[in-house]
Ligand binder design. Sequence first.
Ligand SMILES: Nc1ncnc2c1ncn2[C@@H]1O[C@H](COP(=O)(O)OP(=O)(O)O)[C@@H](O)[C@H]1O
Ligand SMILES: CC(C)(COP(=O)(O)O)[C@@H](O)C(=O)NCCC(=O)O
Ligand SMILES: [K+]
Length: 244
Amino acid sequence: MILTVDIGNTRIKGAVFEQYTLVEFFVFEVEELQKKIENILKKYPKLKYLVVSSVGNLEKAFFLAFESRLKVHFVTHNDAFPFENKYATPKTLGIDRMVLAAGATLQFPGQNRLVIDAGTCVTYDCIDAKDNYLGGAISPGIRLRYESLHNYTAKLPLLTKELPNDFIGDSTVKAIHSGVVNGLVYEIDGFIDEFKAKYSKFIIILTGGDADFLAMRLKNTIFANSNFLLESLNQTFQYTINND
Ligand SMILES: Nc1ncnc2c1ncn2[C@@H]1O[C@H](COP(=O)(O)OP(=O)(O)O)[C@@H](O)[C@H]1O
Ligand SMILES: CC(C)(COP(=O)(O)O)[C@@H](O)C(=O)NCCC(=O)O
Ligand SMILES: [K+]
C-alpha cells in the first residue's frame, strides 16, 4: 500500500492506494498534517511507502520523521520519468507538472496528451505521441483571479466562485463572475482548440480543485478527473521503483 501526498500552493491532498485502486482520499491543513498522517499510518498498517510531490512550502525534512515507520520518497527532478523532457529549463519545471505528464504518458500510451490542472494556477502540459514533454502554459487559477481583481482595485468586492448564467454581466457582481469564470472557460477551450488543430490522435485531461466546476461549462469534450495528480503520483512511483 502507498500513501501519496500532493502539496500544492493552496491545499495539501493525499490518497491511500492499494496497487492502482484509490482506497481513501484526504485534504489536510498544514497545522494538522503530521497528526493526520500518523493516524492514516495507524489505520492502514499495510502502508509501505509514503510518496510526496511538492510545489508548496513544505520540504523533504518534514517527512523524514516518518522514515522509522515506512519508506519515504520525495519526488525530485532526478527521478526516472517516462517521457523525454524538452522544456528549455527542465530544472525549473514544476514537480506537479512532471508527475501529471508522467501519469498521462503511462495511462494513455501512443496518444498526444494535453493535461490541464485547474488549481492555484491553471497549468497546461503537452506530451506528444512519441512521449516528448513539450511544455505548455501557466495562468492564474479561479481563486487567484477573484482575489487579484479585489486586491488590485479600489472598488471590486471579493467574491466566491459562481457559475454565471450569461456572458453579459448586468451588475458588478455578475460582471466579475462572467469575467473570471467565462474568461477562464474561453481560455481553456481556446487552448484545447489549438491543440486539436495541431494533433490528430489525442486525449485531454482536466484535473485540479476546479476541474468539476469548469468541466460542465467547456464546449470541448474532456476527461475530467480531480484525482489525476494523486493517481499519477502512485503510477509514477510504481514506474520509478520498477526502473531503478
Ligand atoms: N476547500 C477548498 N479550499 C480552497 N480551494 C478550493 C476548495 N475547493 C475547491 N477549491 C478550488 O480549488 C482551487 C485550488 O485547487 P487545488 O487543486 O487545491 O490547488 P493546488 O493544487 O494548487 O493547491 C481554487 O481555485 C479553488 O477555487
Ligand atoms: C505553476 C505552478 C506554480 C502550479 O502550482 P499549483 O497551481 O499546482 O499549486 C507549479 O507547477 C510551479 O511552481 N512550477 C514552476 C514553474 C514551471 O513549471 O515552469
Ligand atoms: K496547477
